[in-house]
Design a protein around this ligand. Structure first.
Ligand SMILES: NC(=O)c1ccc[n+]([C@@H]2O[C@H](COP(=O)([O-])OP(=O)(O)OC[C@H]3O[C@@H](n4cnc5c(N)ncnc54)[C@H](OP(=O)(O)O)[C@@H]3O)[C@@H](O)[C@H]2O)c1
Length: 254
């Protein structure tokens, strides 16, 4: 079993830990001590160990996940001694692999971008470069998508912002159903399950272009077409496409 040290116990890592601990064969997790309240709560909930300090965490781990904020990351990595070939997995958004590698020349660095949906085993994780150990560590949290170069890592991460935007879209549908008198729990269940249904169909029928799927559903005279036409007339879908490009540009320039 791989010992995975988690350097930075915050919003992301608490969801990752929850995901690993619900999986059949979780890695042996070791937590960094800073943010003691959160680390102790996680350790108690899942029966995990907390390292005495960051160096002890690195020394005791086969692989280390870096999940501190970008402005802390390089200083934290530079201040530690890494074993030759030790796996250092950076989840830090916007931080280039070469910069992490320069801060820990002995380590074998990979980048990942998971979602907090890891907590329910549904996170797509973008991986660069392909690496068997990193893939094996993240596979229990959802599908791992390795990309062949770092510019594609940026492009793939549009999906992660897309995930965040989906909640806002779902919220509108849920609110209108609730306004019409549906109880909030039913409105939430219907909106979320419809989102999940579309996602599963799109994933499992990935050869089918999505415009064909849409056309087959939004037929002439259908209520779905009425809604889509309303969006098209107001150029809402064009604005959405632009938003995806704005996100991509910002990720590339970060
Ligand atoms: N949140 C997400 O959904 C998400 C998704 C993908 C990637 N990421 C990436 O994951 C990283 C963490 O994000 P987050 O949202 O989890 O941030 P967060 O909640 O602020 O967690 C970061 C944790 O790192 C701790 N930390 C800071 N310096 C440290 C050090 N020297 N040693 C050990 N721990 C240290 C912080 O402690 P203090 O609070 O005491 O500073 C905090 O507990 C970021 O780089 C982000 O880009 C996040």
């Amino acid at each position: 079993m791989t010992t995975l040290g988690i350097l930075g116990i915050g919003h992301l890592s608490e969801h990752l830990v929850a995901g690993w601990m619900r999986s059949a064969e979780p890695p042996e997790l070791l937590l960094s001590p800073r943010n003691a309240e959160k680390a102790e709560a996680l350790a108690e909930r899942f029966g995990l160990s907390i390292a005495a300090d960051n160096q002890a965490l690195v020394d005791r781990s086969e692989a280390v996940l870096l999940s501190v904020r970008p402005w802390h990351a390089l200083e934290v990595v530079r201040g530690l001694t890494w074993r030759p070939g030790q796996s250092l997995i950076s989840a830090v958004a916007g931080l280039l692999l070469a910069d992490v590698q320069a801060a820990a020349p002995q380590a074998k660095v990979t980048r990942v971008m998971p979602l907090i949906a890891a907590a329910v085993g549904e996170s797509p994780t973008t991986l660069y470069p392909e690496d068997a150990l990193t893939r094996a560590i993240f596979a229990p949290l959802g599908p791992v998508v390795a990309v062949p170069d770092e510019t594609l890592f940026d492009a793939a991460n549009i999906a992660h912002c897309y995930y965040g935007c989906l909640y806002a879209l779902m919220e509108q549908a849920e609110a209108v159903m609730a306004e019409a008198g549906l109880d909030p729990a039913s409105a939430r269940l219907l909106a979320s399950q419809a989102t999940r249904a579309a996602a599963t169909m799109a994933r499992d029928h990935h050869q089918e272009p999505l415009d064909e799927t849409t056309a087959a559903i939004a037929t002439e005279g259908s209520f779905t077409k009425l809604g889509l036409d309303h969006l098209q007339e107001r150029e809402a879908l064009t604005a959405w496409a632009e938003a995806c490009r704005v996100i991509h540009r910002a990720i590339r320039e970060a």
